[in-house]
Design a binder for this molecule. Structure first.
Ligand code: RP5
Length: 166
């Protein structure tokens, strides 16, 4: 079976540094990712066309990162029935503008919105969706959780030592 395939669209190249974690996470899970700069406002026809043709290109989930009046996730979701994950990017208004524009979709057109700049969670959520089809992802996701829990246990032990020494 071919690798799972995701698309990551950012509204501007200025978003790149904030979504690197998403690309890294997808690659860690062996998910192929097509990375694009497409703007809902500056290249609206391209945004619509990309969303309409993504499924036929084998893309299985689309992640959209945008700041300010962040309509990218909504425009893409309106033009495909593939699952769309939105990453609101913090630029103006401490990111509240992008957060609300991404999450507050009208009933019927969902955008699964992660936290501000949280490309990592977008990558993990995409992997969880794809795990419904690609069995190899299931143990990887469980291992990642176990590793995280072990990290918290280590931190717990360190903090207990620090607290005892006060
Ligand atoms: C949004 O406007 C982009 O996603 C970016 O977060 C923001 C600013 O874009 P630039 O002016 O930096 O290109 O559409």
């Amino acid at each position: 079976m071919a690798n799972p395939k995701a698309a990551l669209i950012m509204g501007s190249d200025s978003d790149f540094d904030k979504v690197k974690g998403c690309i890294t996470k997808l690659k860690e899970f062996g998910i192929d990712v097509e990375v694009n700069v497409i703007s809902a406002h500056r290249t609206p026809e391209k945004a619509m066309e990309y969303a309409k043709t993504a499924e036929n290109k084998g893309i299985e989930v689309i992640i959209c990162a945008a700041g300010m009046a962040a309509h990218l996730g909504g425009v893409v979701a309106a033009n495909t029935t593939l699952p769309v994950i939105g990453i609101p990017i913090e630029s103006t208004f401490n990111g509240m503008d992008a957060l609300l524009a991404t999450v507050q979709m009208p009933p019927g057109i969902p955008v699964a919105t992660v936290g501000l700049n949280n490309g990592t969670n977008a990558g993990i959520l995409a992997a969880e969706m794809l795990a419904l089809k690609y069995d190899y992802l299931k143990p990887m996701l469980k291992d990642a959780r176990a590793e995280m829990a072990a990290g918290v246990e280590k931190k717990d032990a360190v903090i207990k030592e620090k607290a005892a020494a006060l």
